[in-house]
Design a protein around this ligand. Sequence first.
Ligand code: 6PG
Length: 254
Amino acid sequence: MNADPTLVVHRDLAELSEAVAGRLVSRIGDLHHTQDAVSLALTGGGAGTAVLRAVAQSPDHTRVDWSRVDLWWGDERFLPPGDPERNETQAREALIDRVPIPAERVHPMGADAAPFADDPEAAAAAYASELEAGLQSTNGVLDIVLLGVGPDGHVASLFPEHSALHDTGAVIAVHDAPKPPPTRISLAMATIRSADEVWLVVAGTDKARAVATALAGTGAAPAAAAQGTQATRWFLDEAAASGLPADMGRRESR
Ligand code: 6PG
């Protein structure tokens, strides 16, 4: 059984990312009261990266015990190490290089270089093993998965009607993705749905239709299926919420 979505709308991307960053820091703190390590899966994309930047800029992040946070990724663009388009590179620049997190707590997906050169399947399989080993203390379940949403309703690198959606495995290789680059690695939907909490962060009018469809529960797009077992939280800016009924969700504009 997965959790029905809740929804909060902020004025714009700046307010949205700041608010989600604040909630994230506070949620990590709460989880640290009841468990040793907190596992967080990061997303690529503009909104997700803005949240990471806002975490780094928030004075509150100094209250996080980063030595007890494991950073995973929901998806990765299969490119050489350090490529500026890799989600890892962007997350390092936005957050990881700015907080005292031990290197062994950072778990990037494999890059297109040895030992995985030209072999995203091998990189996906290796990541599945690393994830399984890393999440042993929490029954293989991530605490929080952050996701962006594409205009077509994709999340992570799970694109609507793409054949990779049928692949088995906790982590999958994706070829011919409609969003560049074409080769990617992604958590499978089953892995996302096994997480305790899924947080979707979405900004911009180009997302309005995908958001409205997913939240109406009518579409078959991956965004509609991305739900945590304990919580499914949608965080939108007003533009992304513009296709929703005005009384839906909580509006938090300053
Ligand atoms: C990626 C992603 C992808 C992204 C969405 C939203 O690697 O590109 O992880 O799923 O989150 O496409 O991206 P934007 O927030 O930039 O629109």
